[in-house]
Design a protein. Structure first.
Length: 306
């Protein structure tokens, strides 16, 4: 068997990287130019360092596997995603990539190594368990069904409007307040939020509805992601300042985001929620979302490395 080598990403790899992802996901290449631009945008955020944190398994100059990391300073997490070309599985390529990524993360001071695995990838789940990972969280993935209920009651002291660019700094503050102490949340900067909304995807950009008090204070938001008409859309994040939670603002702002996605003809409309966040799960079900599948977060404490 020929030797597999592990090397770092460089920007000349984009086209081959895109082909590798399509092969792993068993999806045909369609508009490869747009796919490559989307891939470039997806790894170019101010919180990302692709030349440092993406690695390839290489055989005869061909990319046969990859692992991509997001390293969070505040949480100490290294969050990994990746895969191996189906033709080259069962050759310990995934193991080599994983060991390289764990060593890399450890050397950069991270404490936890995590992966989010869809429930249907039983081989990946078994792979994680065999290497000492523990199942620490379950995420529920829901899609909007036919029984949609967008009704809500909004107190006269609040109003809902679309976000404008000058709101980004205050939006960031509210987001960090809303999710403080939440499992897996890394505080964002205004620069990061702006990139996620305006630049992470090809046009159209993401859409954000905000709820504010009559004196102009932003207290909540719903962040919607979508493609062109007929393409999938999603409620990416909903947050309300803790000081005004319990007033129905979460339902109101989520309904506003859903209405916008429906009018944009997004199909399907999806949302992901921590299965332990029962108030959020119940809210989304009451709006018409239906559970479709789950994914499992696996974690390993890499501080215990010898």
């Amino acid at each position: 068997m020929k030797k597999i080598t592990i090397r770092s990403f460089n920007w000349d790899d984009l086209e081959d990287y895109n082909k590798l992802i399509s092969t792993i996901n068993e999806q045909p290449l369609t508009d490869s130019k747009n796919d490559i631009q989307n891939l470039k945008r997806s790894i170019s955020g101010p919180w990302q360092f692709p030349e440092r944190d993406i690695f390839f398994a290489v055989l005869d100059d061909d990319l046969v596997g990859f692992i991509s990391l997001i390293l969070e300073k505040d949480t100490g997490r290294a969050i990994a995603s990746g895969g191996v070309n189906p033709e080259f599985r069962r050759q310990k390529i995934g193991t080599a990539l994983l060991e390289h990524a764990i060593s890399h993360s450890y050397n950069l001071g991270q404490s936890w190594f995590q992966m989010d695995i869809p429930e249907n990838l039983q081989h990946s789940i078994a792979f994680c368990k065999s290497r000492g990972f523990e199942h620490v969280r379950t995420h529920s993935h829901l899609s909007l069904g036919n029984s949609i209920n967008l009704s809500y009651s909004l107190s006269a002291e609040y109003k809902i409007r679309h976000m404008v660019d000058s709101d980004i700094e205050e939006l960031t503050r509210v987001q960090n307040l809303a999710f403080v102490g939440t499992w897996g949340f890394q505080k964002n900067t205004s620069e990061e939020v702006k990139y996620r909304i305006k630049q992470r995807h090809l046009p159209p950009p993401d859409h954000v509805d905000i709820v504010e008090s009559l004196d102009g204070e932003i207290v909540g938001y719903c962040w919607s992601e979508h493609g062109l008409s007929g393409e999938p859309g999603a409620i990416g994040m909903v947050g309300v300042n803790p000081k005004v939670q319990g007033k129905g603002l979460g339902r109101a702002i989520t309904a506003a985001g859903l209405k916008w996605l429906i009018n944009s003809k997004a199909n399907p409309i999806n949302i992901t929620v921590d299965s332990e966040n029962l108030p959020a799960v119940n809210l989304y079900k009451s709006l018409g979302f239906e559970p479709k599948w789950e994914s499992y977060w696996f974690q390993k404490d890499i501080r215990l490395r010898n």
